[in-house]
Design a protein around this ligand. Structure first.
Ligand code: HEC
Length: 175
């Protein structure tokens, strides 16, 4: 009997431990993907004015190409940071809405669209094809905006300072 009790308490300990580490993992994953999104946004923010008017002295074509490549890599690397264990918006731990896991295929499709646009942007910058650069930037912005509209909860207190990150219209030429 005593052994059974010890066994059961050990089991409970193990289970709650693995539960809490799964929970910790989920929180780390959320933090990581939010960091990746911020990294993408930081690059878009300096890339957009460069594409709009090439007058940024602190920035140049080489950096623009690097940023486009980084955006592509960040999107690639973050594709698998959306396990169902991170569906925790009800607990205010993420702004990713439960819709992601309800229509996962659509979410993944939007992710891939963003990735394709980022690749096209990188290629167009490397080719100095400014018409294609504009198109790729508009498509990329569209991909950010469409996904956020469906899958990211925007809190009112974030509207003022972050709205431009969600809208997806990063250069004026986009319709
Ligand atoms: C396929 C969907 C999808 C695409 C594409 C996408 N995002 Fe996001 N983004 C999200 C979701 C969902 C969140 C919320 C993540 C969370 O809170 O866990 C988010 C969060 C963010 C955040 C806030 C991160 C934070 O600190 O909470 C920024 C900034 C951001 N995205 C920028 C961008 C930019 C810029 C692009 C386009 C280049 C982009 N995202 C493309 C889905 C997407």
């Amino acid at each position: 009997m005593r052994n059974v009790i010890i066994f059961i308490s050990l089991l409970t300990l193990l289970v709650s431990n693995s539960y809490s580490s799964e929970f910790e993992n989920a929180k780390d994953t959320i933090e990581l993907r939010q960091g990746v999104m911020q990294g993408i946004w930081a690059r878009i923010k300096r890339l957009a004015p460069f594409i709009e008017v090439d007058n940024n002295l602190e920035y140049n074509g080489q950096l623009a190409k690097q940023d486009a490549e980084d955006i592509k890599l960040l999107l690639e690397k973050s594709l698998n940071l959306w396990p169902e264990s991170t569906n925790l918006s009800a607990r205010n731990l993420t702004n990713a809405t439960p819709a992601i896991w309800a229509v996962e295929d659509y979410f993944n499709k939007l992710y891939k669209n963003a990735l394709i646009s980022a690749k096209n942007l990188e290629m167009a910058l490397n080719d100095n094809d400014w018409e294609k650069v504009d198109i790729a930037m508009c498509n990329l912005g569209n991909a950010c905006g469409t996904c956020h509209a469906s899958f990211r909860r925007l809190l009112t207190n974030q509207l003022a300072n972050e709205a431009s990150a969600w809208s997806g219209k990063y250069i004026n030429k986009c319709n």
